[in-house]
Design a protein around this ligand. Structure first.
Ligand SMILES: Nc1nc2c(c(=O)[nH]1)N=C([C@H](O)[C@H](O)COP(=O)(O)OP(=O)(O)OP(=O)(O)O)CN2
Ligand SMILES: [Zn+2]
Length: 119
């Protein structure tokens, strides 16, 4: 079994309603997010690849375009702009195009936060 993954990053703004740090979270603020998308399966014996990284790159670039420098509150099918919802949203966007999709993780390196969704 092979695991193949690719990462991308995006900068985005959001607001969040929460119990702790309520006031600064309600104000528009931004984060640098990293996302890692992992595929699992057997490589094709002829190409030696699970998926050509060039194809992987193109699929992730389409998703990145919808997130980078966007106001996450305006993404209609995201819901509250948490890392949990981002991981599940990225999964929904890439899943039809990436056979063997196994896991999507979203990170905020600055704060050491990480959230993964595995379907
Ligand atoms: N379970 C989750 N909890 C929180 C999330 C989340 O996505 N999932 N997100 C937030 C907010 O985005 C908040 O802005 C982050 O706040 P906090 O963790 O308090 O850290 P900082 O404001 O210091 O964030 P920096 O990235 O270091 O600027 C809260 N909770
Ligand atoms: Zn935030």
């Amino acid at each position: 079994m092979i695991e193949l993954s690719k990462r991308f990053y995006f900068e985005a703004a959001h607001t969040l309603i929460r119990v702790v740090d309520a006031e600064p979270s309600r104000r528009i603020h931004g984060h640098t997010y990293h996302a890692e998308v992992m595929l699992r399966g057997e490589p094709d014996p002829q190409s030696g690849m699970l998926l050509d990284l060039g194809i992987f790159e193109r699929v992730l670039a389409e998703v990145r375009e919808q997130l980078d420098h966007h106001f996450l509150d305006e993404i209609a099918d995201l819901g509250p702009a948490t890392m949990e919802n981002l991981a599940m949203w990225i999964w929904r966007k890439v899943q039809p195009k990436l056979p063997g999709l196994a896991r999507v993780c979203v990170y905020r390196e600055a704060s050491g936060d990480k959230c993964c969704y595995a379907g």
